[in-house]
Design a protein around this ligand. Structure first.
Ligand code: PYC
Length: 431
């Protein structure tokens, strides 16, 4: 939709994220004067140039880049709850680009590049900690996949290599690398550019950036229907009334197939819960992110000292976001098989997020057979790390009307054409 922006920038910030001086900080700290809200509330207008469904990292990043890169600011982001309350607030905040296919590696690597510059771009501390990402191999088949991934990564220019158990022990001294371990470690895929980030800061940073450029963020605004006339989207029905728009973008996770159904577009997506947990904080001892596909577990230590654990998706489709005792018992057992010295650590919380799985473990991005209806969905267990690149590329796709090269392989049409982008071997853990 080149040239469609109505362009009503927020005068207070002149289209840039607000900057505060040391003086502001001191004055507000001493006087207790309230900070201005990072994003504002608005009446829902009857029409926008673009309506984005889903106020997670994907929806907000798309809105931000529409405004920042293409000057399209007449944009509403609608969320049925609060921003970042879905997958963006429930993931384990792992960033990496060591995928299996050249298409996947190039795509996720652009996301890492954007993440590296994000704090400066958004003028907001997103706490990216680039501490390395290690995927353990406990058997010959896993080691073979690690070698395969390392070689494809190198060809695409991504830093990944297979390391031996001694090197694993140097990087993670608490790991049991002995041959007596229940699941001995034969080697690992080591990916130095990987790391973790503060996921809520990423959401808030994008929300603040989009808001300052005139994008309207509407929380507690549920989409109940999508209007399509003669094969073209014309707007959405919401819990706060009807909104017309020539462009509607589905950026939801967990409900992506239900939202697409409203426009009459069927998604090859099944939704599964993925559970995670966090411990009490302890002294820093774990630098890299550690993943074991065989044990269905990944572990990282936050800047606050907590250990964040996650697993692969539950073995049955469901929309439940409740944790289960069965899961936590299995997860704790597997963590102890890797690092027996953690046996006294107490778990503080567990939760679940919803993962929209596609047949090839790659996302679905771009236009659909309904004109003006775009999707950025099917994010399985890998959506958070793709937020920036998805936002950037979806914004370009909408603004120019042409699908950018980086996301062309992820088109919905690939399923009918039989051109799958098989990422199962690198998508997450133990699928
Ligand atoms: O793909 O890195 C990943 C991941 C971590 C947790 C779930 N998926």
């Amino acid at each position: 939709m080149a040239g469609a922006g109505r362009g009503h920038g927020n005068g207070a910030t002149n289209g840039r994220s607000p900057r505060y001086s040391a003086w502001d900080l001191a004055r507000r700290g001493l006087t207790g004067e309230a900070w201005p809200p990072a994003w504002r509330k608005h009446e829902l207008r009857p029409s926008y140039d673009v309506v984005i469904i889903g106020g997670g990292v994907h929806g907000l990043a798309t809105a931000h880049y529409l405004a920042a890169n293409h000057g399209i600011t007449d944009v509403a982001v609608l969320d049925k709850g609060y921003i970042g309350g879905g997958g963006s607030g429930r993931n384990t905040a792992i960033l990496r680009s060591n995928y299996l296919t050249p298409e996947g590696i190039a795509f996720y690597d652009r996301s890492l590049e954007l993440y590296r510059g994000l704090a400066a771009d958004l003028n907001f501390n997103v706490m990216f900690s680039q501490r390395g990402h290690m995927t353990l191999a406990h058997n010959d088949a896993s080691l073979r996949t690690m070698r395969w991934r390392a070689e494809v990564n190198k060809l695409v220019g991504v830093d990944s290599e297979v390391i031996d158990p001694d090197e694993v022990a140097k990087l993670v001294p608490r790991m049991d690398v002995s041959s007596e371990a229940r699941y001995p470690i034969l080697g690992a895929l080591w990916h130095p550019p990987g790391g973790i980030i503060r996921h809520d800061a990423v959401v808030w940073g994008y929300a603040r950036g989009a808001d300052s450029r005139g994008v309207q963020i509407h929380q507690n605004t549920e989409v109940l229907g999508i209007d399509v006339v003669a094969g073209r989207v014309t707007g959405v029905q919401t819990s706060r009334g009807a909104v017309s728009a020539p462009i509607v973008v589905n950026c939801t996770a967990g409900w992506s197939s239900l939202i697409s159904d409203m426009a009459g577009v069927e998604m090859p997506v099944h939704t599964f819960p993925l559970q995670a947990a966090v411990t009490e904080p302890v002294q820093p001892f774990l630098d890299p992110v550690v993943v074991s596909g065989t044990l269905h577990v990944y572990v990282s230590q936050t800047d606050r000292g907590e250990l964040v654990f996650g697993a692969s998706v539950d073995p049955f489709a469901s929309y439940s976001t409740r944790g289960s005792l069965e899961f936590i018992e299995g997860l704790a057992g597997h963590v102890l098989q890797l690092m027996p010295s953690l046996h006294n650590l107490r778990l503080l919380r567990q939760w679940a997020g919803l993962c929209d799985m596609t047949p090839d473990y790659s996302p679905i991005m771009g236009p659909t057979p309904v004109e003006g209806f775009y999707v950025d969905v099917g994010w399985g267990t890998y959506g958070f790390k793709a937020g920036p690149v998805s936002g950037e590329q979806m914004a370009a796709c909408i603004a120019t009307g042409a699908t950018p090269e980086l996301i062309a392989p992820f088109a919905l049409s690939r399923f009918a054409a039989g051109e799958l982008v098989g990422e199962k071997g690198a998508a997450a853990v133990g699928h």
